[in-house]
Design a protein around this ligand. Structure first.
Ligand SMILES: *Cc1c(COP(=O)(O)O)cnc(C)c1O
Length: 375
């Protein structure tokens, strides 16, 4: 059996090696390392794939979030609602811009932002909501968008973990995650569902004016060469990364399908175990399994993790600490309420290896180790 890895980027590369090498070589030969033609082409190809009007690439997924918020022109002290159970980048950028992060609890099934909690957290200072499509499954966008419309709030979807996922509205309309309201962002960090070979990110929007503003902000607030209308940042996707992403993008749906199939296999192999809660599949969302995350009942998560370690099976605890408990954030006055769901999830979740190269034999071995321990 091949050594089990949390993510196997080597084998994925081997399958595309001649194409990727050639594409990288072409960039080097052209010496157009910054804002070369590959960056433009990638933006167009991503826009076509997502069915969105504008794609603005940038340096990473955290920058994408920060730049999106900058483009909204919010005032210091404005409140932005996001989930307590997510990667810290989401709340970090809110704080960096002197906005007030208002953390709300998540839903115990989907681990995504709890719509009822959003309702309770809205104040006259609330300006935006950042739903995170966590682990590859869409947040419940239809009621969320309704609340946003009622209260005239911007919605910036953090789609770093769910590119290629979809959400189905009750009227049958299907939209790609990251494209359903004001803006969406993603990350091309190597282990994400569409990853490059370094750092990268992008912002999506249908709004022409916002797109113009985003293009200025990523480039030092410069709208005309050497005329700086506002304070921006320097955040760029390299041409070499764009070349890698252009080679991988046509395979994204296959990659996501492979992840879904691997998730089905885990579901099947673990279905009889009463001590685990399998990942919930929201019928409105196409889950693209950035992570395959179990909940382990009866306080056995940490002991199971220890057992997997002994067996040489990698795993992840995403996330071990709720954001409201993080040292960087816990002093702030934005702590809204208590967070019973997040507090429980951080003690129960464990993510198993899932990637495009996972083999049945490996999954059988992983599940055997789990079942053996939890019997
Ligand atoms: C990975 C990730 C980010 C940040 O992306 P980087 O490219 O690492 O900056 C932001 N939000 C979520 C939910 C993520 O998973």
């Amino acid at each position: 059996m091949k050594k089990i890895q949390m993510v196997d980027l080597q084998t994925q590369y081997q399958a595309l090696r001649p194409e990727i090498d050639q594409h990288i070589q072409n960039v080097i030969d052209s010496a157009r390392f910054i804002n070369g033609p590959d960056v433009k082409s990638l933006q167009q190809e991503l826009a076509d794939y997502l069915n969105v009007k504008h794609v603005i690439t940038c340096g990473n997924g955290t920058d994408a979030l920060q730049i999106s918020l900058m483009a909204l022109g919010l005032e210091p002290g404005d409140e932005v609602i996001t989930a307590d159970f997510t990667f810290a980048a989401t709340v970090e950028v809110i704080g960096l811009l002197n906005l007030i992060p208002v953390l709300v609890d998540v839903h115990p099934d989907t681990f995504n932002i709890d719509i009822e909690q959003i309702r309770k957290a809205i104040t006259p200072k609330t300006k935006a909501i950042i739903p995170v499509h966590l682990f590859g499954q869409a947040a419940d966008m239809e009621p969320l968008l309704k609340i946003a419309e009622e209260h005239k709030l911007y919605v910036v979807e953090d789609n770093a973990q769910a590119i290629g996922s979809e959400y189905r509205f009750t009227n049958g309309r299907v939209a790609k995650t990251g494209t359903m309201d004001t803006m969406g962002t993603t990350s091309f960090f190597p282990s994400k569902n569409l990853g490059c070979y370094g750092d990268g990110g992008a912002i999506f929007t249908d709004d022409d004016r916002l797109a113009h503003r985003l293009r200025g902000i990523v480039n030092h607030g410069m709208y005309k060469r050497y005329y700086h209308d506002e304070i921006g940042v320097n955040s760029r996707l390299d041409s070499i990364q764009a070349a890698v992403l252009r080679t991988k993008l046509p395979h994204l749906d296959d990659y996501n399908e492979k992840r879904r199939q691997s998730a089905d296999v885990y579901d099947r192999l673990l279905s009889d175990c009463k001590q685990v809660i399998l990942p919930y599949r929201d019928a409105k969302s196409k889950h693209v399994f950035h992570q395959y995350t179990l909940r382990i009942k009866y306080g056995k998560r940490d002991a199971l993790a220890e057992h997997l370690k002994e067996k040489g099976i990698p795993f992840g605890i995403y996330y071990p600490v709720p954001l409201h408990m993080q040292k960087a954030y816990k002093q702030d006055s934005f702590i809204h309420k208590n967070y019973p769901v997040t507090n429980q999830l951080v003690q129960e979740v464990i993510s198993l290896p899932i990637h495009t190269e996972l083999e049945l034999e490996q999954q059988a071995y992983i599940c055997m180790a789990i079942l053996d321990f939890l019997k």
